[in-house]
Design a protein around this ligand. Structure first.
Ligand code: MG
Ligand code: ZN
Length: 367
């Protein structure tokens, strides 16, 4: 009864304001995001996020995300996934064998959300704190039988047509063992402005949206946050701004906190805290962009948990995280979503569902 009365009031008010327009039909407003920024914390399970939160005065940027889900991380070959199979699942919606990048279990190439976004006229980017050829970024642009085929993955990056990438791995472009090609020159002839950590400070780069953008942060792997690496928050914000200028339609950007996983493999608490702090700041800068922009879906998740982290206490007040393995584990990992279509990410689902949810959010047609 109350509901009916309420509807009548709305009707009367509506009738009063627009008395002559009898043909108005109520249509649902479907708001699709123009941009998707997917942030992956490699190895970042709930215990890592909790540790990062307690270590940061009990606060973490993820608290302002309205939608939370969980994903099942297992791969086609193993209950415990590696980063290559997980990246393939998230990027392409297909479970494959551990160590495989962008191929299904029959060895056929998958099509990634980044490739689809590009084919639909969107700008695309990858920003990581590992080499750009590493498993997680590799899963979005490469199609190789093994994740350690770094020089081959480099060729896939070159052929991908990606608008922006920031990460390590310069040596696989210009000091190759497979061939004598200088793929930095190839990048330049394909329209990239190429920068590197040795000659350029990422804080003082002038963006030119008329050219593509490559920034090498290391010859192979960048420093850890513990050793002073601090570019990820800045680079993520810069990438969002750049890609926003590159395409009117929108963009897809994957940002990875790559080394949370490495600190957890090494069972090192302080380096893990430093990586989580860097990850937290990165999420903050991306959220700042998304809030101003209003048309950006931000998704934060992990590829898997690393270290089997337990949150024990040294005494009643001091947190003393303890690892139970130096490998990965099979625990589900959380998914946080903010912005238009974020509601799609509620619930418990396979890691492959992330791909389909991102497609739906972009409004790409079925099949
Ligand atoms: Mg990774
Ligand atoms: Zn790992």
């Amino acid at each position: 009864m109350k509901l009916l009365a309420f509807s009548s009031i709305i009707f009367l008010v509506g009738g009063f304001c627009w008395g002559n327009t009898q043909n108005i039909t109520a249509r649902p407003i479907v708001k699709y995001p123009k941009n998707i920024i997917l942030i992956i914390g490699d190895g970042t399970g709930l215990a890592q996020i909790s540790a990062g939160l307690y270590n940061n005065n009990f606060r973490f940027s993820l608290e302002s995300f309205p939608v939370i889900g969980f994903q099942k991380t297992y791969s086609a070959s193993n209950l415990i996934t590696d980063s290559a199979a997980a990246a393939t699942a998230i990027a392409s919606g297909i479970k494959t064998n551990n160590s495989v990048l962008g191929l299904n279990i029959e060895g056929e190439p998958t099509r990634t959300i980044l490739e689809e976004a590009k084919d639909n006229g969107f700008a695309t980017g990858l920003v990581v704190t590992s080499s750009i050829q590493h498993a997680t970024p590799g899963g979005f642009v490469a199609h190789r039988v093994a994740r350690n085929l770094y020089e081959g993955i480099t060729e896939d990056i070159l052929e991908s047509g990606i608008d922006l990438f920031i990460g390590g791995g310069k040596q696989y472009f210009d000091r190759r063992e497979l061939d004598d090609r200088n793929l930095i020159d190839s990048l330049k002839s394909k329209g990239y402005n190429v920068y590197d950590y040795f000659n350029n400070d990422i804080n003082y780069i002038t963006l030119d949206p008329n050219k593509k953008f490559a920034f090498f942060t290391a010859d192979n792997q960048p420093l850890s946050a513990f050793q002073g690496r601090d570019y990820l928050p800045k680079a993520a914000a810069m990438a969002a701004k750049f890609l926003h200028l590159r395409s009117e339609l929108g963009f897809f950007l994957m940002v990875e906190g790559s080394q949370i996983d490495w600190a957890c493999h090494a069972n090192q608490v302080e380096p893990m805290y430093d990586e989580l702090e860097d990850f937290n700041k990165t999420i903050e800068t991306v959220l700042e962009f998304a809030k101003k922009n209003g048309e950006t879906l931000v998704i934060v998740t992990a590829d898997h948990e690393t270290g089997g982290l337990g949150l024990n206490t040294g005494n009643s007040k001091i947190l003393a995280p303890k690892f139970t393995t130096n490998g990965h584990t099979a625990t589900m990992v959380p998914v946080f979503a903010y912005g238009p279509k974020s509601e799609l990410f509620r619930g418990i689902y396979e890691n492959t569902a992330l791909y389909y949810k991102m497609r739906t959010a972009f409004g790409f047609s079925e099949n």
